[in-house]
Design a protein around this ligand. Structure first.
Ligand SMILES: [Fe+2]
Length: 246
């Protein structure tokens, strides 16, 4: 099976549409790693698009905050501004969709899916090898897929004898790469708000038959998303950062 792996859409419909166009016909189903809302201007449309994709989806911290399960005060002022706006515009039906998202899951092919980390699925950021290393003890499968940091990376435990795992930056748009036998934590990056210095939408194609992962980037009309954010009075910093992927 070929799975489209997406995370952190953050209500950026134009980015999501660009990804779906970019990989059309190259996947069988979709695994989504959380944060469909927050930051962006299209929360209802993105929740509905996810529903149309009939994907395996889990919850992120912004999804939980929108439901009121996390304190809005724990978000920075810019994120909180859009969080409150999202709560005011999201339909009851779409709230219900967020409410039904699992916190983590293990797929039939034995991949663990979480938003943050296997240790703390909603909140923990796996940004550094030390944090990744500690998390290898918190899932039972060989491979784990995470989002949340908005930074694509693969953490490789190697033979398990090193004190710290290795962090590999993906080579984008250069074809499928065979996954090693070692245990991995794979982050496909963010569709709707990349933060690795590349503004293009980030995602991956995972083939569980050939055991390959293809990291991909797709350009999208950033200015169109920014124009809507401006129209809705979103904080300037959030609007500007999309152009830089920071
Ligand atoms: Fe996120």
């Amino acid at each position: 099976m070929r799975h489209l792996i997406i995370s952190d859409i953050h209500a950026n419909l134009f980015a999501l549409q660009a990804v779906l166009r970019d990989c059309e016909g190259t996947y069988d189903d979709v695994w989504f790693l959380g944060d469909v809302v927050g930051y962006g201007p299209h929360p209802n449309e993105c929740v509905e698009q996810l529903g149309d994709l009939n994907c395996l989806a889990i919850a992120g911290n912004h999804d939980w905050a929108t439901l009121g399960r996390l304190d809005a005060g724990s978000f920075n002022p810019d994120a909180r501004h859009v969080l409150l706006w999202t709560q005011s515009v999201l339909s009851k039906g779409n709230m219900q969709v967020l409410d039904e998202l699992e916190v983590s899951t293990v797929t039939e092919e034995h991949f663990t899916l979480v938003h943050g980390s296997p240790r703390h699925p909603i909140w923990e950021y796996v940004l550094h090898p030390q944090v990744a290393q500690a998390n290898f003890d918190h899932f039972d499968t060989r491979y784990c897929l995470v989002g949340h940091t908005h930074a694509p990376v693969i953490f490789d435990e190697g033979d398990g004898n090193e004190s710290t795992c290795e962090a590999r930056l993906p080579a984008f748009n250069s074809g499928p790469q065979v996954l090693p036998d070692s245990r991995l934590i794979i982050n496909p990056g963010s569709v709707g708000q990349p933060r690795d210095g590349d503004p293009r939408a980030s995602y991956g194609i995972l083939d569980t038959d050939s055991l390959t992962f293809e990291p991909r980037r797709a350009p999208y009309p950033v200015a169109q998303t920014q124009a809507l954010m401006e129209q809705f009075g979103f904080p300037a910093r959030l609007i500007i950062r999309l152009a830089f992927g920071r």
